[in-house]
Design a protein around this ligand. Sequence first.
Ligand SMILES: [Ca+2]
Ligand SMILES: [Ca+2]
Length: 95
Amino acid sequence: MDLKQTADEFLAKGTSILDANGDGDVDAGEVLDAIKGRVKETAEAVAEAAGEVKKGFDADGDGAVSGEEVKVVADALKEKATQAVDGIVDKFKKE
Ligand SMILES: [Ca+2]
Ligand SMILES: [Ca+2]
C-alpha cells in the first residue's frame, strides 16, 4: 500500500466534502461552515435526547417533573437493573 497515495486520496475526499463552492480549494469559510454544520447537528441531537429524557420523566405531560415522577422513573430503572442482575444470576445457575 502506498501511504502517500492513501493520504492524497483522503485529502482529496476531505477537500471534495469541504469544498462547498467546488473551486478545488478549501477556504476558511468553508471549513467554518462545515464545523458549524456539525456543531448544529450535535446540539440538535443533544436537545432531542434531553427532550426525550424530560418526556420520559414527565409522566402526566404538564411540562414539569415532580418528585413523584422522578421516583417512578428511578423505581423503573431499579426494577430493570434488578431484572438484569437476576438474568445474569440465572444464567450462572444454569451453567
Ligand atoms: Ca472552495
Ligand atoms: Ca409532570
